[in-house]
Design a protein around this ligand. Structure first.
Ligand code: IVH
Length: 676
């Protein structure tokens, strides 16, 4: 069947829209529409293409995956070699670089540079013909790479088509394929669980993922793309920064946070700022690249050997270091999971002294065969606990023994078990195990749970050691022990009073958060909220049998059993009964499931602008407490938009879509009624 003219128009409009939304979502992380709306457009395109398969174009957003596996990659020569960069590791060498360049150019004034993060991944070259992605190649040896087009196409932030109409006939974009730290960890966790090989770092994971013969495997990996340049010159573009801006306009994801800087001083200020950000960044960066901004000056400087004279990489200290394992301890987590931890001879890793590193689980420990006394490589990634990457077996001391699998919980001496399909070993004792009870208190008080300010791990440790709390519910009886608390070392009147106020305040936390705070296995924030909305108060949940619990939306067989087991365990039951005696709590109030809960259950709400009486985070928590889903973007299905001062484009979108707009006052009134 032939498509009508109108069908063709819709096809091309859908593709154009999806290209744009793809860019907003994957490259800018700033979507204009909700996921569901995106999915709807995507399905609409798929349906249309299914009716007219002859009209499917390779640059269609539906065509990211689908090419068949290959036996080997074809080697392709690079039109222009892919250069590498010279490195500097200190200020003196950077000054030399700058001086050399100014001498060559006979410049007395300071040089304008563009400073960019040096992304830690693997270099690729993407070729666009008339705006359409036609080839993606790895760097290879710089002269010849491998054709990985089918794999590159699966990377969501790589545009299959450039945005806009003014695109060059031929454009070669160069950049870096990376894997984010969270994605890397998740991938390794999966690999661990299936007993597969894990990757040593995000860069290896990115390389391993891109060089898959089956594009479907690549498609399943969380790869990112960041571009930093083009081959040749763009029309009318005279500066590197200008070129990056043009690439952005075409929908290319450009290296994040690049800046125009002046002279060595500007370079160093940027370096310090990025070195700081690196500690918490989502993607690994191994340094800063400084590039002469003027393309004319770049041309005059040219290349030496395999690197440009107009750019240099200023490397960050390595995230890996070698040290000795002094002991291997086993930690017991909130849900009883036993985690082996290496106690290390303190070592400085990129400015942070590392004394502990996780070994993840016993399967990993056995695979890496880490033994007490071993010399190991430890690695820090982002904001998370360092890990042991590998052992230097050549330095293993004589008589170092294999670390055995524990047969008992190191804390309570209870039995251990492994659940089917899980790698983890767990302590059987549940909340009868001291370690699990203490961890449960830390979780209960944490920000995403009851948000009791001032009750972090250290304070819980102290209260625990002093026997002031042995169960979560004890927190609500601490006020009677004020006199004993104020004399504890490290506390004092003021912090005790603040703590007691914070605990007091938490009694108003809604039922959903309370249930989540209990830390029942497989009961996350969302499930907890559903339970709260369904039952309305704690008593009703405690009275429910397994079948009744299973009647809650989103609660299946397994979770219902977990809940039932948790609440029927005698120790937990006692704790729950004591919770019911705490006065003035929102979780025990026997309220009718009120009108507003019904209005908001499952509804999507958007907040924009600054609210005066509560923070965005608080507003979100309150709305979620009432069962709403708080979204970052407005669509037709948004129930209402709460608008504060200086609202963004979301207000305009809401008005355009005819979505209800509430000012702060209306919203507050609604919340008050909702609470009552
Ligand atoms: S410019 C001729 N900029 O670092 C200029 N490279 O040794 C060549 N890299 O493998 C590269 N981030 O893929 C440049 N912002 C950035 C970069 C970057 C990462 C990689 C590049 C190459 C290596 C250079």
């Amino acid at each position: 069947m032939q498509p009508s003219l109108q069908d063709l128009e819709i096809l091309s409009e859908l593709r154009a829209q999806l290209h744009l939304h793809n860019y907003r979502y994957y490259a800018l992380d700033d979507p204009l529409i909700e996921d569901a709306e995106y999915d709807r457009l995507f399905r609409q395109l798929q349906d249309l293409e299914a009716r007219f398969p002859a009209w499917i174009t390779p640059d269609s957003p539906t065509q990211r995956v689908g090419q068949a596996p290959v036996a080997a990659f074809v080697r392709v020569p690079h039109e222009q070699p892919m250069f590498s960069l010279d490195n500097v590791f200190d200020v003196a060498k950077l000054e030399e670089f700058d001086q050399r360049l100014r001498t060559t150019l006979l410049l007395s004034e300071e040089v304008d540079y563009i400073a960019e993060p040096k992304m830690d991944g693997l270099a690729v070259a993407l070729l666009y013909r008339n705006g359409e992605l036609v080839r993606g190649a790895t760097r290879g040896d710089g002269v010849e790479g491998e054709d990985v087009t089918a794999n590159i196409r699966t990377v969501r932030s790589v545009p299959l088509r450039l945005l806009g109409t003014e695109v060059p006939e031929l454009l070669e974009v160069r950049g870096e394929i990376c894997m984010g730290i969270a994605g890397f960890r998740a991938l390794n966790r999966q690999a661990e669980e299936s007993g597969l090989r894990v990757f040593a770092n995000p860069r290896n994971a990115a390389a391993g993922s891109l060089k898959q013969l089956d594009p479907r495997v690549t498609a399943s990996r969380p790869l990112l793309f960041f571009c930093y340049g083009v081959v040749g010159r763009l029309e009318g573009v005279e500066r590197h920064g200008q070129m990056l801006r043009q690439l952005s306009r075409w929908g290319m994801p450009v290296v994040p946070g690049w800046q125009e800087v002046r002279g060595v001083r500007g370079c160093l200020a940027y370096y310090r700022q990025l070195a700081e950000q690196r500690q918490t960044a989502e993607v690994e960066m191994d340094g800063v690249v400084y590039k002469v901004d003027s393309l004319e000056l770049q041309r005059r400087l040219g290349f030496v050997a395999r690197a440009p004279r107009w750019a240099v990489a200023h490397k960050f200290p390595a995230l890996e270091a070698k040290t000795v394992v002094e002991a291997i301890d086993i930690q017991v987590g909130r849900t009883g999971v036993l985690t082996p931890v290496a106690r290390l001879k303190p070592v400085n890793v990129a400015g942070v002294v590392v004394t502990n590193a996780t070994l993840h689980n016993f399967q990993e420990l056995a695979r890496k065969d880490v033994r007490v006394g071993d010399m190991v490589v430890v690695r820090r990634a982002g904001d998370v606990i360092p890990e042991v990457v590998r052992v230097d077996v050549s330095q293993r001391p004589l008589g170092a023994e294999l670390f055995p699998l524990p047969s008992r919980c190191p804390v309570c001496q209870g039995g251990v078990f492994q659940e089917e399909g899980e790698v983890a070993w767990r302590c059987r004792a549940g909340l009868a195990c001291d370690a699990q009870r203490k961890e449960a208190i830390i979780h209960f008080a944490s920000r995403s749970a009851m948000n009791i300010e001032g009750l972090g791990g250290q304070t819980v440790d102290l209260l625990w050691r002093e026997g002031m709390v042995t169960d979560v519910v004890d927190l609500y009886f601490l006020a009677d022990k004020r006199a004993q608390l104020v004399v504890l070392e490290g506390l004092g009147e003021k912090s005790v009073d603040n703590l007691l106020v914070a605990i007091q305040k938490s009694r108003q936390m809604d039922l959903g958060r309370f249930l989540f705070a209990l830390g029942i296995r497989d009961v996350g924030e969302v499930t907890a909220r559903y339970l709260a909305n369904h039952f309305g108060n704690l008593q009703a949940i405690l009275e429910a049998d397994q079948e009744t619990l299973q009647g809650t939306p989103e609660v299946g067989n397994k979770v219902a059993k977990r809940l039932f087991d948790f609440f029927s365990e005698p120790h937990n039951r006692q704790v729950m009964d004591r919770f019911l005696t705490v006065p003035d709590t929102s979780w025990t109030q026997v309220v009718e499931i009120n009108r507003d809960r019904r209005i908001l259950a499952g509804a999507t709400v958007v907040v924009t602008g600054t609210l005066n009486s509560l923070t965005r985070q608080e507003a979100k928590a309150r709305l979620e407490g009432l069962g709403a889903r708080v979204s970052g973007s407005v669509s037709k299905r948004t129930r209402f938009v709460v608008v504060g001062d200086k609202p963004g484009a979301k207000l305009t979108q809401a008005l355009a879509l005819g979505v209800d707009v509430w000012d702060e006052e209306t919203f507050l009134k609604f919340l008050q009624e909702g609470d009552g």
